[in-house]
Every structure is written in structure tokens, then in C-alpha cells.
Design a protein around this ligand. Structure first.
Ligand code: AMP
Length: 542
């Protein structure tokens, strides 16, 4: 058994990340150094983390929440988000996280599908929730982090609830298969699917934090990922805190100088970030970096998109640091394939499988392909952080498994030495800046715009973001494509889906190619955009 589990009846992530750390003698150790976008700082010890999450667990209990209820955070990165997530986990609630930039439709899909009973958010986001509230009959509790008084019978003030709650809470024994974290992931067809994990995931998150990210108790770790994304929960909360590591959490966005000052001043030893951010840094004036002392930084890890070899070379040359690329997904809950200290990096490769994980490259008929040949990237089912279902969609969950293999939706190659190389997606999902965007969600939002008759959305290569969202639109006859319409489209998608899903390019087209059953032929749009061969069009609508 993994050494993070000291009591066989207690797998609770919230408990292990806080109370257990106190039992290990870390009560006064800094768990989180919070740095706001305005550079306000506050340290929270493991004892603070335990007290605040206990209080929130008591708040939930008093409200009447029960184990298995779905509760979401809809917040930017801020201390209250961490306290509430840990409190929800202690109460065995299904703990969901939502990106702060989600628009009305994105929220409705997730809150509605999961029948969420509660949400913790901030005042300025309330109007989005109010617009969809009548379509969310299950929603009973809204908690606002930035108000001293309750607003309505079911809209509560976080600070008021917390001030009335005790900091004493005993987490009841939690079995490994108890549901824990919920993240929605975009599909290329249909609505986003709720990927549900269980408390057992902590075994793999603990092991990989130690063996892949290379963290130990003396480290200062900075994970830039938002908590809306699996990296933000698996490695921005669970992995480091379950082994007593101090984390820096920063509320600001990309700012090369502020980031390097943070790395220097906080003496960050391991930094986990994404290729988009690294590519942005690569474009900065190199003299910027020489003014900072990064001697504390041991290495950098990366996740979310392919890491180009130039970035690895740049980091070696400019920073004198190694970047270890890691591969995983929302569904896998933890790192599956990775470069790591002690393994020679092959720039451009995702590295080798981590301990206990058995990936394979399979052909269409399910047979293993030879080394060097491309196929579906699969993982032998049964790893500890494997998702346990798509919430309310067991059929879609089952369809991801065949003959004991989980099909990831990525295509890859394994070389003769066992290194894995990412080749692409086997579906139309767009990976922009490490965020997966569903072309279906964007197309659906576009169709709600009065002027648009048909739409087709594709991924196109982008120098910084890896991929960008490109929308083809066919207008109703009476309308013209103008600059104003373009702006209206952008704003609409941003408000309805999210700013990340907003098309970077919008191209008017006379008709959207579809096959005989009416399916949008995105590959034809893509070939048209890239000026490449269209391929077989025998099923095209005529
Ligand atoms: P998500 O579920 O949002 O975390 O996205 C997972 C997807 O991001 C994977 O299926 C890949 O397509 C992509 N991805 C994650 N890490 C890497 C990586 N290191 N290299 C290439 N693609 C990656």
C-alpha cells in the first residue's frame, strides 16, 4: 500500500491533505503562500488549511448537504477556493470546479447535467447564475465569497457562514471508491461529459508527485494551472499537500517579469506549467531572465499540449534548466507518461510510462502496432486514479473501454526504446493553450445567432497556443458578413461558452460541407483552410 494511506479505512483526500499533515507534525509548516494579482501575500499553515476546511465542512453540514451531493466552485484562484474544495471532500461531497471564464451555456450544461445542489462563487458572477437559475431546479445553495451578509434565503455570505462554524470536524472513514472530484471535459460531439473520480486517486497523485515531479517535503512548488482543470486539483491541491509540500498560489495572469520575480523571491524549487506559457516566455527579451536569480529552481515540468523541442533547448540555454514534459488527461486523474529526473529526455517526446501504468499503441482492430507506427494511445484499465464514470452517462463511459484497454482519444507512436510521441487527437477536439474546446459547443452557440444559418468549427495550428479555434459560418441570405457581425459573434461565443472558446478567425462560406447523414465534415473545412488534399468525399452531401 502507498505510504500516504496510514489508516486503511481513511482514504479521504481532504483529511489526508490537512489533518494527517498535522498528525505528521506539520501543523506550523506553510502549506500555501497566497500571492494576489496585486502582490498581497498571506501564508496559511497546514493547521490553517485544516481549520478553514473543517469550518467549511461544518457549513455544508449545517446547510444540510449530504455525502454524494454535487457542489461546485465557480471562482478565480483564491484561498477560499482551496478551503472549500478540501471541506467538500471532507464531507464526501462530489466536488466540481468551474473555470471563472465560463459563459451561461457552459455553466448550464455542467450544473444542469450534474444536478448540482450548491455553488460557491463571487458577487460579480452571480448575474450569470441568475440568468440560468430557473433551469436549475436542483440548485439549493449559492455561497458568495465577497459579501458580509446573506443576500437572499438561498444566497449566503461565505464569511458569515464561516464565522458561525466550528473549526472542529472529524472526517468520517472514507472508502477508496467514494466519489470525489468532478471535472467536465469537452467532446467533439454532444455536450461536455462529467468525469468523476474517487478518493483512491490520491494513491497515484501522491506517487507521481513524488516520483515524476520529484517533490519532497523541503520543496516549494508552484503549479500555474487553474483549479477548473484536472492539473489544478490533482497537482495544485492533492499531490503536493498529501505529502506536506509548501505551495505558492498566485492570482495573477501571465506576466513574464512578475513570474520570474515570484520564482526568485519565493525560492520555488519545482515549477509545473504549460507549453503555451513557456512559448510566450521564449518570445520575451532574453536579457529579462538574466536579471533574476533562479538558483533555487531545480527543474520545470510541463503538461497539457505538445512541448516543442525548441522550448527545451531555450530553457537549457537561457535558464540553465531542464523541462520535463508530462502527459495525462482529465480521465486519467494523474500523470501516465512522463519525462522525469533520471530519464534522458528525447526532446519532442512525452517520455516513458510512469510506474504501474501500462500504455499501448493499438491499431483499429485492437492489435498492438509495431514500434514506430502510429495508432490509438491506450492505457491498461485499472490504474488507481482512473475515472469511475461519466456522470449520468454510463454508456459513453463504457464506450471508452475495449478488451481491458482505455482509449484516450489521442494518437501516438512508441519508439524502439519505449519513448512515447504524441501525434494528435483521433477526434475533432481543439487544444488551445492547453484547454480542450469542443467544436460542437461552439457550433451550437453560433447557431443561436440570428444571422447564422450553419456553422463548422475546426482547429488550426497556432504558434503560441498550439491550436486556435477557427469558425466557418454560412449566413442567412439577407445578411452580410461585416466587421460588426464578426464582433457580435465573438462576444456571443465568449458570453455563452467561454473566452477561450471564442473563434480567433471567422470565415464566411457559402455552404458547410456535410455528409449524407447531415454530419458536418470538419476535415473538409480543415483541408480547405490548410490548402491540403481533401481526401475521400464519397459520403459528401450532394
Ligand atoms: P485535459 O483532459 O483537458 O487535461 O486534456 C487532455 C488532453 O490534452 C490529452 O488527451 C492530450 O490531447 C493533451 N495533452 C495533455 N498533455 C499533453 C502532452 N504532454 N503532450 C501532448 N498533448 C497533451
Amino acid at each position: 500500500m502507498n505510504d500516504v494511506i496510514v489508516n486503511k479505512s481513511q482514504y479521504n483526500i481532504g483529511h489526508i491533505c490537512t489533518t494527517q499533515q498535522l498528525e505528521n507534525g506539520l501543523a506550523d509548516k506553510v502549506a500555501m503562500r497566497w500571492i494576489s494579482a496585486n502582490d498581497d501575500r498571506k501564508d496559511y499553515t497546514f493547521a490553517d488549511l485544516d481549520n478553514e476546511s473543517n469550518r467549511f465542512a461544518n457549513v455544508l453540514q449545517k446547510l444540510g448537504a449530504d455525502a454524494g451531493d454535487v457542489f461546485f466552485t465557480f471562482l478565480p484562484k483564491m484561498p477560499e477556493q482551496f478551503f472549500s474544495i478540501l471541506g467538500m471532500l471532507k464531507m464526501k461531497l462530489i466536488t466540481g470546479t468551474l473555470f471563472a471564464n465560463f459563459g451561461d451555456d457552459a455553466l448550464l450544461d455542467r450544473l444542469g447535467d450534474s444536478k448540482a445542489k450548491g455553488i460557491i462563487t463571487k458577487k460579480s458572477f452571480l448575474k450569470k447564475i441568475n440568468r440560468i437559475r430557473d433551469q436549475l431546479p436542483a440548485l439549493r445553495w449559492i455561497i458568495i465569497v465577497d459579501g458580509d451578509d446573506h443576500i437572499e434565503d438561498d444566497i449566503f455570505s461565505y464569511s458569515r457562514l464561516m464565522s458561525e462554524a466550528s473549526a472542529y470536524f472529524i472526517t468520517s472513514p472514507t472508502s477508496p471508491d467514494t466519489p470525489s472530484v468532478l471535472h467536465y471535459t469537452s467532446g467533439s460531439t454532444g455536450k461536455p461529459k462529467g468525469v468523476l473520480h474517487c478518493h483512491n486517486s490520491i494513491l497515484h497523485q501522491h506517487a507521481t508527485t513524488k516520483n515524476v515531479l520529484g517533490l519532497n517535503i523541503y520543496d516549494v512548488f508552484w503549479c500555474t494551472a487553474d483549479q477548473g482543470w484536472v492539473t489544478g486539483t490533482s497537482y495544485g491541491i492533492i499531490g503536493p499537500w498529501c505529502q506536506g509540500v509548501t505551495q505558492v498560489h498566485y492570482g495573477g495572469g501571465y506576466d513574464a517579469e512578475a513570474w520570474f520575480r515570484l520564482l526568485q523571491d519565493e525560492k520555488v524549487t519545482v515549477w509545473y506549467t504549460a507549453p503555451t506559457a513557456l512559448r510566450m516566455l521564449l518570445r520575451e527579451d532574453a536579457t529579462l531572465f538574466s536579471s533574476f536569480d533562479l538558483s533555487s529552481l531545480r527543474h520545470i515540468c510541463s503538461v497539457g499540449e505538445p512541448l516543442n523541442p525548441e522550448v527545451i533547448t531555450w530553457a537549457r540555454r537561457t535558464l540553465g534548466k531542464e523541462i520535463y514534459d508530462t502527459w495525462f488527461q482529465t480521465e486519467t486523474g494523474g500523470i501516465m507518461i512522463a519525462n522525469r529526473p533520471g530519464l534522458t529526455i528525447r526532446p519532442g517526446s512525452m517520455g516513458k510510462p510512469v510506474e504501474g501504468i501500462e500504455p499501448a499503441i493499438l491499431a483499429d482492430d485492437g492489435a498492438m502496432v509495431a514500434d514506430g507506427e502510429q495508432g490509438d494511445l491506450c492505457v491498461k484499465a485499472g490504474w488507481p486514479s482512473m475515472f469511475i464514470t461519466f456522470i449520468n452517462n454510463e454508456q459513453a463511459y463504457n464506450s471508452k473501454f475495449r478488451d481491458g484497454w482505455y482509449y484516450t482519444g489521442d494518437t501516438a507512436i512508441r519508439d524502439a526504446d519505449g519513448y512515447y510521441w504524441f501525434m494528435g487527437r483521433s477526434d475533432d477536439i481543439i487544444n488551445t493553450g492547453g484547454h480542450l474546446v469542443s467544436p460542437f459547443e461552439v457550433e451550437s452557440a453560433l447557431l443561436e445567432i440570428e444571422e447564422i444559418a450553419e456553422s463548422g468549427v475546426i482547429a488550426a495550428p497556432h504558434e503560441i497556443l498550439f491550436e486556435k479555434v477557427v469558425a466557418f459560418v454560412c449566413l442567412h441570405q439577407q445578411f452580410e458578413f461585416t466587421k460588426e457581425l464578426e464582433l457580435k459573434i465573438r462576444l456571443y461565443v465568449s458570453n455563452k461558452v467561454s473566452s477561450i472558446a471564442t473563434p480567433q478567425e471567422i470565415i464566411p462560406i457559402a455552404a458547410i460541407p456535410k455528409n449524407k447523414s447531415g454530419k458536418i465534415m470538419r476535415r473538409i473545412l480543415k483541408a480547405q483552410y490548410l490548402g491540403t488534399e481533401i481526401g475521400d468525399i464519397s459520403t459528401l452531401e450532394i
